[in-house]
Design a protein around this ligand. Sequence first.
Ligand SMILES: [Zn+2]
Length: 375
Amino acid sequence: MNITRVFHPVGQGGFFTEKVAGFRVAYDCGSVTSLTALHDQIDMFSDEIFDVLFISHFDTDHVNGLVYFLENLTVKKVILPLIHYDERIRLAVKYHRSRTCKFMSDFCIDPAGFIKRICREAEKEIEVVFVAPYGAEPNDNDIERDLDGANHRVISSGTSVPLSNTEIPWVFVPHNFDGENRSEEALILLAEADIHIGTPQEFKELWADKETRRSIVKAFKDVKGDPNTNSLALYSGPEDEGSDHRVWDSLLIQKSKLLPISGGHFQPGCIYLGDYDCQGPLKWKQLNEGFSVYWKYVGTVQIPHHGSKHNDNESLYSDSRPFCVIASGVDNRHKHPHVDTLKNIISNHGIPLWVNENEESGCLFFIRIADSHQT
Ligand SMILES: [Zn+2]
């Protein structure tokens, strides 16, 4: 088989990997219900090289395995959403007392610097690339500077990530869909108290002072509502050019179902949505537009936000993309997946596949080009 795709059984979070003719990628690496399950799955790759690790967003359940992943595996490149500094400060404040994931605050304030500092000595050359928000066009030489002064490349949403050394007509296309940003309000409140945070570097200095730190935490607490974070969605599938006439052979196995669920010619592409909020016509519109040329190759969707009804949209489902993978923990406190999401999937002829921390719930897709009838 040319391509394997695995939805790993890690519980409430996400850890998904693909191997396309030797080119290996992962999307997210987190679990808040079983770090043991997550580490076991990561350990399966101890002798492997990951060409790219994509990160959807900076929530614990999607990244709390990051340190373990980078310390134990060889990773060439990390691609993550570019997040405005004020939102990163909000996240750093939110996580500053996190007992379960102590590194989150440092990671959020300086993601690229943090990644470079913790990865294995031999891989200090790891490349960190940021994806600009959807609709924002970075200049050719746009860079993001980390707190150690190193520069990192910024690419536009929708830029395809090239596979190295493979003839397979396959692409990975990330889009960073920007959420509403309400952190600005906190910075305005702080400015009124004569605390000016213009950069993450300034934040770091002000944060060191106990009194100022208290004011910063209070200002962010006073901002009402839950600011919506960015989410990097990823298409993995046939490239657009010349793929219309290709026939793919695909096989899906979920061990808990004991038998192969399906073998045949379903579309081989997948869209990973992290915790993207698809609700409402505008959010659906940008998702639909962003991947417009690729939807026809998509047979599998990673259902956003662990099957929450608040992120769901019926437009996601169609007969041509039957496989709806929901990654959530058996005993998660949010009761994901929601029954309304399952109802939406089933009433649109979709097949919900629940991947939790039980080993046999993991889903494996095997895909190859069956024939090539190019005109
Ligand atoms: Zn999540």
